[in-house]
Design a protein around this ligand. Structure first.
Ligand SMILES: Cc1cc2nc3c(=O)[nH]c(=O)nc-3n(C[C@H](O)[C@H](O)[C@H](O)COP(=O)(O)OP(=O)(O)OC[C@H]3O[C@@H](n4cnc5c(N)ncnc54)[C@H](O)[C@@H]3O)c2cc1C
Length: 358
C-alpha cells in the first residue's frame, strides 16, 4: 500500500526535526531516518555551543534570528557559559584580529585566570573574553521539537533509509511505497547523494570530520563554571560537560559521508594543545567520538527549491552551526514552502537559495 504525504522530510537530525516541527500544523508530514534512532549522526555529536559571531555574515544573521526565537519559544535551551580565547604568542595585531572576528574583548591574563582558574599563566600571553556565549541543550531541543512534531501528527519513521527516489508527473515516489508532493533534503552529510538519487545535480556539499574527547582532568577546581576555552590558533577548544571536560582538536578533515569516529592522533594532538595552556594534566580519556560538519563551497547554508526540480527542497550545508541556525533555517524553509510574505526578508532568503551554487 502506498503511504501518502504532503511533505517527506529525509533525515532526522536537527535540520529535519526543526523543519518538520515548523510545518507540522500546515501539512501531512512523514519524517524518514535511516538509523534506528533520531539524531544519530552530527546532531548528537556537537559541542552544543552558541556564538553569535561564528560563521560568515549570512550565517550570523541566522544565528541572531535563532537566538531570539530560542529565547522566546524555548527559554530553557540556552545557558550562559562565556568564552575565553587564549594566545601563546605576544603578537598583538594577530590576536586582536582573531578577537574581533569572534566579538571578543581583550582582557589581561590575570582577569582570564580569575574567570578560569585552570589557565596556565606560564604559557598564556594574551586573552580575550565574551560573556554572551551559551551552551545549547541540544538533547532537550531535539526532544522538544520531536514532541511538537508528534503532537501535531508528524509520522516519524526510524530504520527507514530512503534509497530509491522516482518522479511521476507531479509526485515523488520513495522506496516504491511512499508518495509525497514535496521532498525536503535534510540528510546532512548525505545531501548530495540524496540529490543524485533523485537524478538531480549535487551542490558540492563537503563533509569534514571533527573529533571530540571526554576527559577527566587532575584538578580540585570546580569545572562546571568554567567558560568555553579556545586556542586562538584554532588547534583546540574545551568546555565543561556533565562533570568532566570535552576537548576537541578542532580538526577539519574532508571525508565522504559515513558514521564518523575519532582518530587517536587527532584526539592526542587536541589534548596536547589543551594541556599546553592549562595547569592540570588530563588523567583519563573516558570516551571519544567524531561527527561530520558539512559545508557548501561558500560556507552558507543551502535552503530552498532545487533549480531543476522545485519540489525537491534543500535544507543542507549546516556546517559547524546547525544548532545555532536551526530555527532561522526552518523559518526560511517555511516561508518559501508556504509561498507567503517572509517572516525574515527576501534579501535574507536569497542568500541561501541553491541556485547560487549552479
Ligand atoms: C564535533 C562537532 C561539534 C559541533 N559543534 C557545534 C556547535 O557547538 N554548535 C552548533 O550549532 N553546531 C555544531 N556542530 C554542527 C552541528 O552538529 C551540525 O551542523 C548539525 O548537527 C547538522 O544537522 P543535520 O540535521 O543537517 O545533520 P545530521 O544530524 O547528520 O542529520 C542528517 C540525518 O539524515 C539521515 N539520512 C541521511 N541519508 C538518509 C537517507 N537516504 N534516508 C534516511 N535518512 C538519511 C542521517 O542518518 C542523519 O541522521 C558541530 C558538529 C560537530 C561534528
Amino acid at each position: 500500500m502506498i503511504e501518502k504525504f504532503d511533505i517527506a522530510v529525509v533525515g532526522c537530525g536537527i535540520a529535519g526535526i526543526s523543519v518538520a516541527a515548523r510545518l507540522s500544523k500546515r501539512a501531512k508530514i512523514g519524517l524518514f531516518e535511516q538509523e534506528d534512532f533520531i539524531a544519530h549522526h552530527s546532531s548528537s555529536r556537537s559541542a552544543a555551543v552558541f556564538i553569535s559571531d561564528y560563521g560568515n555574515s549570512n550565517v550570523c544573521e541566522l544565528n541572531l534570528i535563532t537566538f531570539n526565537d530560542l529565547q522566546s519559544k524555548y527559554p530553557n535551551i540556552l545557558k550562559q557559559r562565556g568564552l575565553i580565547s587564549l594566545e601563546k604568542s605576544s603578537d598583538i595585531e594577530e590576536f586582536d584580529k582573531h578577537a574581533r572576528s569572534l566579538g571578543l574583548s581583550l582582557i589581561s591574563v590575570n582577569e582570564a585566570k580569575e574567570k578560569a582558574p585552570i589557565i596556565d599563566l606560564k604559557s598564556t600571553r594574551q586573552a580575550a573574553w565574551r560573556e554572551d556565549v551559551f551552551d545549547i541543550d541540544t538533547d532537550l531541543l531535539i526532544q522538544t521539537l520531536r514532541k511538537e512534531c508528534l503532537s501535531n501528527g508528524v509520522q516519524i519513521f526510524t530504520n527507514s533509509a530512503i534509497n530509491k527516489i522516482e518522479r511521476t508527473k507531479d509526485k515523488w515516489i520513495l522506496n516504491s511505497k511512499i508518495q509525497s508532493e514535496i521532498l525536503i533534503n535534510a540528510s546532512g552529510a548525505w545531501a548530495d547523494s540524496l540529490a543524485q538519487l533523485a537524478n538531480l545535480k549535487p551542490k558540492n556539499i563537503q563533509p569534514f570530520k571533527r573529533s571530540m574527547a571526554r576527559v577527566e582532568i587532575d584538578t580540585s577546581n570546580s569545572l562546571s563554571s568554567l567558560p568555553l576555552l579556545v586556542g586562538s590558533d584554532d588547534s583546540w577548544y574545551a568546555k565543561p560537560d556533565a562533570g568532566s571536560m570535552i576537548v576537541s582538536p578542532a580538526d577539519v578533515n574532508p571525508c565522504k559521508p559515513h558514521d564518523a569516529w575519532a582518530d587517536y592522533e587527532d584526539i592526542a594532538l587536541g589534548i596536547y594543545n589543551f594541556e599546553s595552556m592549562v595547569e592540570p594534566k588530563v588523567k583519563k580519556i573516558t570516551s571519544n567520538w567524531a561527527g561530520l560538519r558539512s559545508f557548501a563551497p561558500d560556507k552558507s547554508l543551502v535552503i530552498g527549491p532545487d533549480p531543476d526540480e522545485p519540489n525537491f527542497f534543500w535544507l543542507a550545508g549546516q556546517g559547524g552551526y546547525g544548532f545555532q541556525t536551526c530555527l532561522a533555517a526552518s523559518q526560511i524553509a517555511e516561508d518559501i514552502l508556504l509561498n507567503r510574505s517572509p517572516q525574515t526578508s527576501n534579501e535574507l532568503i536569497e542568500k541561501f537559495l541553491p541556485d547560487r551554487l549552479m
